[in-house]
Design a protein around this ligand. Structure first.
Ligand code: GDP
Length: 464
């Protein structure tokens, strides 16, 4: 697939606020349009050259800039491209954009440079999506996963899988050809072996999303417990020193903002489960059921227990939290407010929770969220718990929900093929197989439609 565009687009490629800004111009007239406002002619400039000069607005010098010239197809978009490095003044940037647009260059839509890179065959769709992930990566692990995808690691794996599917298709087509002559299928066991191989491959990729998503967006952690147990205080304490790197990630339900913090290179994401408590209030109950839904998406749950509460209440609260967990979730119980209770009360609580801790494999920690005591042990426990979930994976990870959905749909179709072998007309099997191929192809953009593309690229915020 190769698309050639006849218009030229421009946009700032850097966020406002730095000492320098970069304005990117791409399209057939990119070099000529920049050259027209530049102090020297760039029209014959070869690719990969830098040119120092001034940008002029009529007689007025606007700025001293460096123009980097790229020639098609050796540029990010595959088109002729100029990147102007100017001083990072919003005035200068907007004046340069004014001059370019006045000369017929169009302001780019969000993601349009990357969309052009995809449409002109510079990268496939999965790689194009990885560009945004590389830019957003906050940890070494997230960066590694995104870069592997950008460099085509995931795409190679998918194209291998497509080959395998095509081989299955050719076997099925063979049966279609001979079907009417009632010829026994040549090698049905080979077909079923191939199918189970591909399905286990897809299954591994689907399973990898749990880790891929945690690496990209942070390991989901929920802090739950009764009101006033100290949840918000602990949350603030955990985020405290790392506030500088705290970022806002829209929650899965899109109605909450979740905050992240980093422990030894692993990103953790605190799920907002405020309101996880008993309530008579109907509106509040809705909030609570939402909180329980969110609890389900946590991989690690920190159960907050208030040492100043009566012991039976504390123990009941701990069991209530433990019973709300689903398989695979890990529990850390935090006995809070050690600063105001005596050692006798503390050890009584610890003893009372021993049974639960052993039965549910829960880590039992003590500390004071308000005083910051015990936080290091909590951080270490989070790290260790995450490692113990078996996450040392070097293989390809799926991090994108669109890819996950496509893999699931492909697997559903292949499941129908597998179970239909021998008892479903071959043309139906062939149809399901084509569906599986379609979904795998949609991940890398081999098959796709404009609406899907626009949807993907409109979420890009590069240069905005
Ligand atoms: P939440 O309702 O569970 O989020 O509880 P908060 O974090 O709002 O805390 C409730 C009250 O307990 C506040 O007055 C906090 O200052 C206090 N608190 C929280 N953690 C501690 C602690 O470790 N020790 C003491 N003494 N008070 C605490």
């Amino acid at each position: 697939m190769r698309t050639v565009f006849d218009d030229t687009i421009c946009a700032p490629a850097t966020a406002a606020g730095g000492a320098l800004s970069i304005i990117r111009v791409s399209g057939p007239a990119a070099v000529a349009k920049v050259s027209a406002i530049f102090s020297a002619s760039l029209t014959d400039a070869p690719g990969y050259t830098l040119h120092f000069g001034t940008l002029r607005d009529g007689e007025t010098v606007l700025d001293e800039v460096v123009a980097a010239v790229y020639r098609s197809p050796h540029s990010y978009t595959g088109e002729d491209c100029v990147e102007l490095s100017c001083h990072g003044s919003t005035y200068i940037v907007s004046r340069i954009l004014d001059l370019l647009t006045a000369s017929g260059v169009r302001m780019a839509e969000p993601g349009e440079f990357t969309q052009r890179a995809f449409l002109s065959g510079k990268m496939d769709l999965a790689q194009a999506e990885a560009v945004a992930d590389v830019i957003a990566s906050q940890t070494a692990a997230a960066h590694r996963v995104a870069l592997t995808q950008l460099r085509g690691g995931f795409s190679d794996e998918l194209s291998g899988m497509r080959e395998e599917l095509l081989e299955i298709a050719s076997l099925i087509e063979l049966e279609l050809d001979f079907g009417e002559e009632d010829v026994e299928f040549a090698d049905r066991s080979r077909l079923s072996n191939l199918l189970s191989l591909v399905r286990s491959h897809i299954g591994r990729l689907i399973e990898s999303f749990r880790l891929g998503n945690a690496i990209k967006n942070g390991v989901p952690v929920a802090i739950v417990g009764k009101t006033n147990a100290g949840k918000s205080t602990l949350l603030n304490a955990l985020l405290g020193e790392d506030r500088a790197i705290v970022s806002e990630i829209p929650g899965t339900t899109r109605d909450t903002i979740e905050e992240t913090f980093n422990i030894d290179g692993t990103l953790f994401r605190l799920i907002d489960t405020a309101g996880l408590r008993e309530s008579e209030d109907r509106i509040e109950q809705i909030g609570i059921s939402r909180a329980y839904e969110k609890l389900a998406s946590a991989q690690i749950v920190i159960g907050m227990l208030d040492l100043t509460a009566p012991l039976p209440d504390l123990v009941a609260s701990a069991w209530q939290i433990a019973d709300a967990l689903t398989a695979g979730q890990r529990l850390i119980l935090w006995l809070n407010k050690t600063d105001v209770v005596g050692s006798a009360a503390l050890s009584a609580a610890q003893t009372a929770l021993n049974e639960l801790s052993a039965a549910r494999d829960a880590v039992l920690l003590t500390g004071s969220a308000r005083e910051g005591a015990g936080l290091d042990s909590l951080r270490a426990a989070l790290s260790e718990t995450w490692s113990s979930l078996g996450n040392a994976s070097e293989s390809t990870l799926v991090t994108n929900t669109r890819h996950l959905e496509a893999l699931r749909l492909a697997d559903d179709a292949l499941c129908r093929v597998e179970s239909g072998l021998g008892n479903v007309p071959t043309d139906l099997l062939a149809q399901d197989l084509r569906e599986a191929l379609y979904h795998i192809g949609a991940i890398t953009g081999e098959v796709t439609d404009t609406e899907i593309l626009n949807n993907i690229f409109s979420h890009f915020c590069i240069g905005k």
